[in-house]
Design a protein around this ligand. Sequence first.
Ligand code: NAP
Length: 293
Amino acid sequence: MSAQIIDGKAIAKSVRDDVAKKVSELKSKGINPCLAVILVGENPASVSYVTGKQKALAEAGMTDRSVHLPESTTEEELLSLIEKLNNDTSVNGILVQLPLPKHINEDRVIMAIKPEKDVDGFHPVNVGNLMIGRPGFLPCTPHGVVVLLEKMGIETSGKHCVIVGRSNIVGKPLAILMSSKKVNSTVTICHTGTKNMAEIVKQADIVVAAAGHVSTVTRDMVKPGAVVIDVGVNRIPDSTKKSGFRLVGDVEYEPISEVASFITPVPGGVGPMTIAMLMANTLEAAEKQNGLL
Ligand code: NAP
């Protein structure tokens, strides 16, 4: 068997095209959806993620109010910028690129963003709404995974989904979404305290790897015919590349492709979906703030 590759880039493009159409309709009514992405410091991965988000904003026709602050920015300075953007009615969404420099408390920063502008879906109000199935902003990466499965026509109802990773931004919210009535999977979460992880992953119809380590999921752990979604993004040295590195996921891509039914590549799988869902959330924020939803 050879797995069908899930083209996250193409699916993300169709989501972004839909967003762009709606943005142009809003603009004709005088509403300009606007996102402020705040980057503190020069972490190369963060710089590249923010550049990707800005490019997507421009392509969707949305206003980009991004701010790049120096590494030396204090927590107070960052909080006061967020306060300003919270009160600025021309800004619909605020996203603070994580991780932040160590001297800034991420929790305090996330808590400072108005839930109505929290397009990352990380504020406890949005996390709580997700938990109890109320409307709110869904976190972009987990939402992107669910949309990928949906657009590929992959059956999720009654399926066993094993998620490797329990972070607040990927593993835990994805477990809530996958076990929602709408998606209807049975969910198991694995983490570093899990015993016999290979045996548990082997029971999965859908495996999601979000551990942040190369080769966390190997071929022997995957049931033939399983769907494999790789959220991981790891930089590994590669002297053939100009940058000196290349990106790989958390699963052993080639060997697993021989047994899985569907697989996401890295890059080009979940990553583009994260940005697409961010665009969709920003549009939603603009619609809600203008009384259209
Ligand atoms: P994180 O906060 O570091 O969490 C990783 C989780 O994986 C933790 O719960 C950890 O368990 C678990 N874990 C780590 N190694 C494991 C192992 N060998 N076996 C079982 N569980 C293991 O990471 P994250 O923010 O969720 O991100 C995960 C990966 O996804 C990273 O590579 C990140 O770059 C990538 N990511 C990609 C996107 C995208 O758009 N494609 C978006 C977000 C993140 P403990 O809780 O026990 O420590």
